[in-house]
Ligand binder design. Sequence first.
Ligand code: SAM
Ligand code: SF4
Length: 364
Amino acid sequence: MSDDIKHILEKENLEKPDLVKLLSAGEEDRKLLFEKAMAVKEALVGKKVFYRGLIEFSNLCAKNCYYCGIRAGNKKQHRYEASEDEVLEAARYAWENRFGSVVIQAGERSGKNYVARIESLVARIKDMSKGELGITLSLGEQTEETYRRWFDAGAHRYLLRIEVSNPALYPTYHPVDKTHDYNARLEALYLLRKVGYQVGSGVMIGLPFQSVEDLADDLLFFQEHDIDMVGMGPYIEHADTPMYKYKDRLLPKMERFNLSLKMVACLRILMKDINIAATTAMQAIDPMGREKAIKVGANIIMPNLTPTKYRDDYLLYEDKPCTDEDAEECKRCLEARIHMAGGEIGYGEWGDSKHFKKRNPGNV
Ligand code: SAM
Ligand code: SF4
């Protein structure tokens, strides 16, 4: 076991070389990292794991990110949009089962009718749950006005991954055009903060051409931008995407998974009181992936509440888990697994980011 890692873990502030060493830690050193992350988590955010019922509202998308299975250019993909009633039914399930919150996620779209439809959906969910259900949106880049309308309708958290924080790498994974612009994505994160949302971001881990140094910078990006919640997970290839051609350059899936665990642990040590999600992509590689993430610092889980008939069509990557389980099955198995990972479920609580509350004491 190296004294170097012990010394790093005792430091008050982690810098880039420290993060690079932690992310490169081998089997033995990794244990120290994980123990430290767990201790920080228990001291700062406690054992509670909060649920966000995930409703994948639609796989229609106007964009063409090179890695994503539901990109507009994937003509093999059958498209759907759930009806308002279907979304409401899923949200009702979340509310009745005391999940505390839902996340509404979809491909990126714009237009007057679409914006109004989401606004009405958010308001109806708020109304149906007597204001009790927290609402997170993950609907991509929008104008300030749109963000404000959805916020005023009742959404209070928004997830927008930066995907990769190094602007020089952004064009490797996205077309170079107006709709896939790094600075516009960054600007959207500022707009969300300005409007009043709790802001979530994240990255993919193990992308081709991405180095451990890039990942250390990703962690420092979250710190620099004072992000309230982070969802990050392994990149998983999808055969019908342009990035599939680099599949032979990727780390083996299990290594991408292990790197993701180390990213979660480092982030918990770096940003002690934020919310960190145990992402579905981690479960796609390791069936116990989300539980392992909880053991090293994550405190949010997003059980899938998308109507089962749409699940197979929201395939961002290969082997997406739980596409054939209904919500009830998912809930039972998840509950047992979280207890096994030493967590307690924060039923009926919004589980807002403590980091956000500290910055905005009067706001929640
Ligand atoms: N369209 C919105 C957006 O891009 O922000 C929200 C939905 S998008 C499907 C949600 C996230 O899925 C993206 O931020 C991206 O990180 C992730 N994702 C897409 N393709 C992926 C892949 N092949 N492997 C892992 N994650 C992927
Ligand atoms: Fe569309 Fe989001 Fe996929 Fe990009 S990541 S193609 S914006 S759904």
